[in-house]
Design a protein around this ligand. Structure first.
Ligand SMILES: Cc1cc2nc3c(=O)[nH]c(=O)nc-3n(C[C@H](O)[C@H](O)[C@H](O)COP(=O)(O)O)c2cc1C
Ligand SMILES: [Mn+2]
Length: 488
């Protein structure tokens, strides 16, 4: 694995791949940055780096599309792959299956270093001014300016045994206060509750512009009491470098661009949201959420704030959660000896539709039904499985990261009645767009598993390049592709 130690090294890698667009034209944090990031997603254009932002001091910058997909042939996943230490050409299965291997290894504790670029500049106490940072107002209708859309919230249990890294949105309230979603079922919510029970606020550090693998691991639903930083160390094969914060007893990735330190109140709340969300729709309400009180801001010279514009596919919430949830589910299925080949939570479904491919085997309707029930028990009852509602189980002739193949299999291999298995009263994320008010409130709804498994004789009757032509002819055609006039 190539351990990219800071965002600047990542930007260099993106530039070499043709995946970075520096923008020197002045842009407005009020909607314009959001609109450019959105348009760049839609075109799968290079990641925009905004060098000049209206009314923001010179040098403070914003990066969009950190985890976006590429329009370049064979490089669709190159930003995800590079962020996670893989070769830029790595495909979904290589990334997901290798991550699942890493999740099963023993963790590697972060290494404490004495000085760090993220502390080149300090604003502390009275000097703290969040308004100096280029937090964008992202979508029309948002409840405020969002400082955190791709940053890691570091919190620790009161006994210090578990350090959790996670991503959850945070909105500015004023120059020293913020508020953000602290869902009770997330690890941030669980740890916040532990501090609240002691009658104390929760010390936090918000890490913006960390080494590129950090946000991906912060979007990973690992089990409780597992520290994301240690699993990342196991994945990279070396410890992540961290530095002690200035005003709270926490450690943060040393290569970060900006770190916000403080405490999450155990008493005060403020109205949070709404915001455009990953499912592709505006959130419906603002809700009272805890207040983050800021005690210090440290930052690198000319700091870069990464921003995600959550919404219709494909954006970075979907690529991050799509990739990392797939690996978490795969690790879980392997643990229980489910005959899985790979998993993929499709980006284009706004991470609502997971495809599980199984090793080549003989199926009957009864055996396939049994497999669906087993998958339901293992996936929908696991931490990652709570958040998405639809699964298709399919043979591994299908590449689950290729939406054309996925749609074909779904449309042609799933009997609308006999192959759809419904499971009522499953725990669900309340943000799914189609849920009714009662389901959102109870966080419970019906989920479905589609059985797309083919009997083995059918598999040999597929009409496709791979199945309709002898291997030697396929090789000849591929070899001669340029000679036919198609170029490489
Ligand atoms: C860009 C991005 C934004 C996210 N925003 C939120 C959010 O606002 N609230 C939330 O509960 N989860 C959010 N998530 C998903 C969580 O990060 C994910 O469920 C993670 O596993 C939570 O960490 P935990 O497993 O340590 O609780 C977001 C993920 C990404 C990649
Ligand atoms: Mn966690």
């Amino acid at each position: 694995m190539r351990y990219i130690k800071d965002l600047r090294e990542y930007l260099k890698a993106l530039d070499e791949l043709g995946e970075l667009q520096e923008i020197d034209e002045e842009v407005d944090w009020n909607l314009e940055i959001g609109a450019v990031i959105r348009r760049a997603y839609d075109l799968r254009a290079p990641a925009p780096l905004f060098n000049k932002i209206k009314d923001i001091e010179k040098g403070f910058r914003v990066l969009g599309g950190s985890g976006g997909v590429s329009r370049q042939e064979g490089l669709k996943f190159c930003r995800i792959a590079t962020s996670l230490g893989f070769d830029p050409c790595a495909g979904a299965k290589e990334i997901v299956n290798t991550l699942a291997d890493s999740f099963a290894r023993e963790g590697v504790k972060p290494k404490l270093v004495q000085s760090a670029v993220c502390q080149e500049n300090v604003m502390a106490g009275e000097d703290v001014d969040l308004m100096r940072l280029p937090a964008p107002f992202i979508h029309s209708g948002d409840g405020g300016r969002y400082l955190n859309t791709w940053g890691t919230i570091v919190v620790q249990t009161p006994d210090k045994s578990w350090t959790n890294w996670s991503i959850a949105r945070i909105m500015l309230l004023d120059d020293k206060r913020m508020t953000g979603l602290i869902p009770p079922q997330q690890h941030l919510g669980i740890i916040h509750r532990m501090w609240k029970e002691k009658g104390e606020p929760t010390p936090f550090a918000l890490v913006l512009g960390a080494p590129p693998a950090v946000p991906f691991f912060s979007g990973t639903p690992l089990p409780t009491y597992v520290s994301e930083g240690e699993v990342l160390g196991a994945h990279l094969g070396e410890p992540v470098e961290v530095v002690q914060c200035n005003s709270v007893d926490l450690q943060v990735p040393a290569g970060a661009e900006i770190v916000i330190e403080g405490t999450i109140s155990d008493k005060e709340t403020a109205e949070e949201g709404p915001m455009g969300e990953f499912a592709g729709y505006m959130g419906e309400h603002d809700t009272p959420q805890p207040v983050y009180n800021v005690s210090a801001i440290t930052y690198r010279d000319a700091p870069i704030l990464p921003v995600v514009n959550a919404g219709a596919p494909v954006e970075d919430t979907q690529t991050c959660c799509g990739t990392m949830y797939s690996a978490a589910v795969l690790a879980e299925l392997r643990k229980h000896n489910f005959p899985v080949d790979t998993c993929f939570l499709t980006f284009e479904s706004a991470v609502h539709f997971m495809v599980v491919t199984v090793e080549e085997m003989e199926h009957t309707h009864a055996s396939a039904k049994k497999l669906a029930r087993e998958a339901k028990d293992l996936i929908f009852n696991s931490k990652p499985g709570v958040d998405f509602p639809k699964i298709m189980i399919v043979d591994n002739d299908i590449d689950p990261s290729d939406i054309t193949q996925v749609m074909w299999a779904f449309a042609t291999r799933v009997h609308p009645q006999n192959d759809a298995h419904f499971f009522e009263h499953q725990k669900t994320l309340p943000l799914l767009h189609y849920l009714n008010a009662a389901e959102k409130k109870d966080m419970s709804s019906t989920k479905v598993i589609f059985d797309a498994l083919l009997p083995s004789f059918d598999r040999n009757k597929i009409s496709s390049f791979e199945y309709s032509y002898p291997k030697e002819l396929q090789e000849k055609v591929l070899k001669n592709w340029g000679k036919y006039g198609y170029g490489k």
